[in-house]
Design a binder for this molecule. Structure first.
Ligand code: M6R
Length: 365
């Protein structure tokens, strides 16, 4: 079933353009309106919602962080995001005016399911973003937004993540139009860009020689850290999780602005830093952060948008993604970093699809 690929993970990385496209195109009508499989989200419903909680675990949680960014930015509704195992035990403030969004590939993650039940008991409206049709999370939700990623076999989640992002952008755009917070022109402009994602993602999968080269040069590193600003921080967390779970390298992620508040103490000659610098608004700030770590001997692999060439002067290597709107870049910027994690793990000879101590879906506490 690997269709010629060495592992499910790399096969699934390559299936992302299709997953993104299916998730998006199946829900657009001829006039480019978003049609959400009967999900009931009228203006009146949204008027009755004063808060959204997004709750999930692992990679799905990282998708939720980008989801918050999109919903707050486009729809202007306040959002909180939490990992399910924390949400359950902190007595969150929930009532009938709460929209609870559960995110789960499998739909069987115990903590996510328990959080959902708790929110439902307190009267929240439950919407879930789920990949597995008919799973427990889907069955227990009032509304379900299915991601069309297709079956995800590798423990490391890849195509589920990019389709969850796509789902969030669609929900955010939909909510924004219903609430009247976005005019038609702006809506169409963002949607048009969203429609280019499958093709842009595809272009990132063609040319991975440099990524393989970097992976070969760094697979023996003891630790790696990822940094970014704005929505890039969330991608940094996801990239770091991907690397650690399949390569067993100690990796973590920080908001680049936090460097001086502690992490910079760790930098020594040869420390590998992966710096995401895809946000136009924060680009100069990221360049200074890169300079700060390089001045202390770090080796910097940067991820930037095509055309932003100045970064070549500051970073050791730049992995480019196609130009896009700042808001949508997470769909693209994660791809070179999924590939990096994959090739590092392959070079280390780990069991890529079934990393030690991990299960595909965590159905225990
Ligand atoms: O099935 P779910 O999306 O609920 O799973 C959540 C996490 O267990 C999952 O994303 C996990 O973190 C992956 N191994 C990450 O690659």
């Amino acid at each position: 079933e690997k269709e010629g690929y060495e592992h499910f993970m790399i096969k699934e990385i390559h299936e992302q353009p299709k997953g993104i496209s299916e998730t998006l195109m199946r829900r657009l009508d001829k006039e480019d309106n978003i049609v959400l499989d009967g999900i009931k989200l009228t203006n009146e419903d949204l008027e009755n919602i004063n808060k959204i909680y997004i709750v999930a675990c692992g990679t799905a949680y990282h998708a939720g962080l980008v989801g918050r960014f999109a919903i707050e930015k486009f729809a202007k509704i306040p959002v909180e995001v939490d990992v399910a195992s924390e949400f359950r035990y902190r007595d969150p403030f929930i009532d009938e005016k709460t929209l609870f969004i559960a995110v789960s590939q499998s739909g069987e993650t115990l903590d996510t399911l328990a959080a959902l039940r708790e929110a439902k008991r307190k009267g929240a409206r439950i919407l879930s973003i789920v990949n597995v049709v008919g799973s427990s999370v889907a069955r227990e939700s009032h509304d379900v937004f299915y991601t069309w990623a297709g079956p995800e076999i590798a423990v490391a989640s890849t195509k589920a993540y990019t389709t969850q992002l796509t789902a969030f952008y669609m929900l955010a755009l939909h909510m924004a139009t219903i609430k009247g917070n976005m005019d038609r022109e702006q809506y169409l402009q963002i949607l048009k860009e969203l429609k280019t994602m499958p093709e842009k993602a595809q272009s990132l999968l063609k040319d991975f020689a440099e990524i393989q080269h970097q992976a070969a040069g760094h697979f023996n590193n003891e630790s790696v850290f990822f940094m970014g600003r704005g929505v890039d921080v969330h991608v940094a967390h996801e990239a770091s999780l991907k690397l650690k779970e399949i390569s067993y390298i100690n990796s973590f992620a920080i908001a680049a602005g936090e460097l001086k508040h502690g992490t910079i103490a760790l930098i020594e000659k040869g420390t590998l830093v992966v710096a995401l610098a895809t946000q136009d608004r924060l680009y100069d700030k990221m360049l200074s952060n890169i300079q700060e770590v390089r001045a202390r001997g770090a080796y910097v692999v940067a991820v930037a948008k095509e055309g932003n060439k100045e970064i070549e002067k500051t970073a050791d290597v730049v992995l480019y993604i196609p130009d896009t709107m700042d808001e949508l870049s997470p769909i693209l910027s994660i791809i070179p970093l999924q590939l990096f994690a994959y090739y590092v793990a392959v070079a280390r000879g780990t069991d890529v699809d079934k990393p030690k101590n991990l299960a595909k879906s965590v159905t225990v506490e």
